[in-house]
Design a protein around this ligand. Structure first.
Ligand code: NAP
Ligand code: F7E
Length: 324
């Protein structure tokens, strides 16, 4: 039975990847950082099937010890300070965890067992102020936030360790992917959660920032399969994972409010607090390499994704559950 270590297992992608790898017969080990309150809700349904171990991307010793003790065949580095807006308030912390943290994992692998296969969670935010449409593996980077800059560092250090030490180190350049498990601060889940609250008469307003930004939004459950496929390839490489479609925040609003027969214009207020110092206006990926080499393609459409998320939030509130 192969063993996989997932950093960031308590996050959206970590929880879907854990579900997926358990289904493939893996022994799943998840690294969790110390927090004063327990935040295992996304993996609660599988907690008896996985092993959670303490560690932190800021602490190299913890990474070395985890690799020595659990001897994983594959490491998926999904941990990061992943919220773009926060990266302007905490640029040094974001650089340390999201950027340098990648070097700490790679170097732990180099020291403990260079045969371990490594996946780095790179991001479409690296394309930022895009110089080519659609964005593909060869498109030059132009990051627009401290988060994007940190991800560019993580991307290139992954390639550097691959070339310097012959590691099986792969980078997935994933475009935005969402789900009912998405954090409440990201725009898609913020919208679907508010739509559900408005529909049930609990609130009557939603404050947002820039409604014109366009993103290539897919379903997280589809995207973790691409991560696994990348590590099953004989040679490490870099892959864009995307749907190839782009939609604006306004289109997301229309779809989400439309699902519950409401008009978003009656509820949405624009608030400068949610505007960013530098915006990424348009992202749309070209996933043809992932299709050709990995046989991967998305299974959930934009409209299905929005409906899935609004429905999940409505069900959650109707069942009296608390949003997390
Ligand atoms: P997420 O929900 O924010 O999860 C991030 C995870 O990282 C959480 O488990 C968090 O732990 C953990 N973490 C944060 N700082 C850490 C530290 N210092 N040490 C150890 N763990 C730490 O993010 P996601 O959406 O699942 O994304 C997964 C990865 O893909 C991230 O690297 C993100 O930057 C990248 N990415 C995401 C997207 C997307 O659209 N979702 C697209 C491209 C790339 P806590 O639960 O304790 O906070
Ligand atoms: O913003 C606009 C905002 O925070 C999307 C992360 O997973 O994907 C994610 O980063 C767009 C931006 O995601 C609000 O200005 C308007 O243009 O949902 P988001 P993101 O910044 O694209 C990439 C690929 C990652 O790698 C990241 O880790 O929506 N927007 N009004 C808003 N955004 C938020 N959060 N809140 C608003 O009120």
């Amino acid at each position: 039975m192969p063993t996989a270590l997932i950093t960031g297992i308590t996050g959206q992608d970590g929880s879907y990847l854990a579900d997926f790898l358990l289904g493939k017969g893996y022994n799943v080990v998840g690294m969790v950082r110390r927090t004063s309150t327990v935040n295992f809700h996304r993996v609660q349904h599988i907690q008896d099937k996985i092993t959670l171990v303490p560690g932190d991307l800021g602490d190299q010793i913890s990474l070395i010890h985890i690799l020595e003790e659990y001897k994983p065949d594959e490491v998926y580095n999904l941990a990061a300070q992943s919220f773009v807006q926060t990266s302007w308030n905490q640029p040094v912390f974001t650089g340390d965890v999201t950027g340098l943290g990648v070097t700490r994992v790679l170097d732990a692998i180099r020291i403990v067992d260079p045969k371990i296969r490594f996946y780095q969670a790179s991001s479409s935010e690296m394309f930022g102020k895009v110089v080519e449409v659609p964005q593909r593996e060869t498109t030059p980077f132009y990051p627009r936030s401290p988060y994007g800059v940190a991800k560019v560092y993580g991307h290139w250090i992954t390639i550097n360790y691959r070339e310097s030490y012959d590691l099986h180190a792969t980078s997935g350049i994933l475009f935005n992917h969402e789900s009912p498990r998405r954090g409440l601060e990201f725009v898609t889940r913020k919208i679907t959660y508010h739509v559900a609250q408005i529909k049930l008469g609990l609130i009557n307003e939603l404050s947002l920032g820039n409604l014109d930004a366009r993103r290539d939004w897919g379903f997280a459950g589809d995207y973790v399969q691409a991560m696994w496929l990348m590590l099953q390839q004989e040679k490490p490489d870099d892959y864009v994972v995307a749907t190839g479609e782009t939609h604006s925040v306004e289109e997301f609003l229309t779809e989400a409010f439309g699902y519950v027969n409401l008009d978003w214009r009656d509820y949405v207020k624009q608030d400068p607090r949610f505007m960013r110092p530098a915006e990424v206006d348009l992202l749309v990926g070209d996933p043809s390499k992932a299709g050709r080499k990995l046989g991967w393609e998305p299974s959930v459409t934009f409209s299905e994704l929005v409906k899935m998320m609004v429905k999940a939030d409505l069900d959650m509130l109707r069942n009296g559950q608390v949003a997390m």
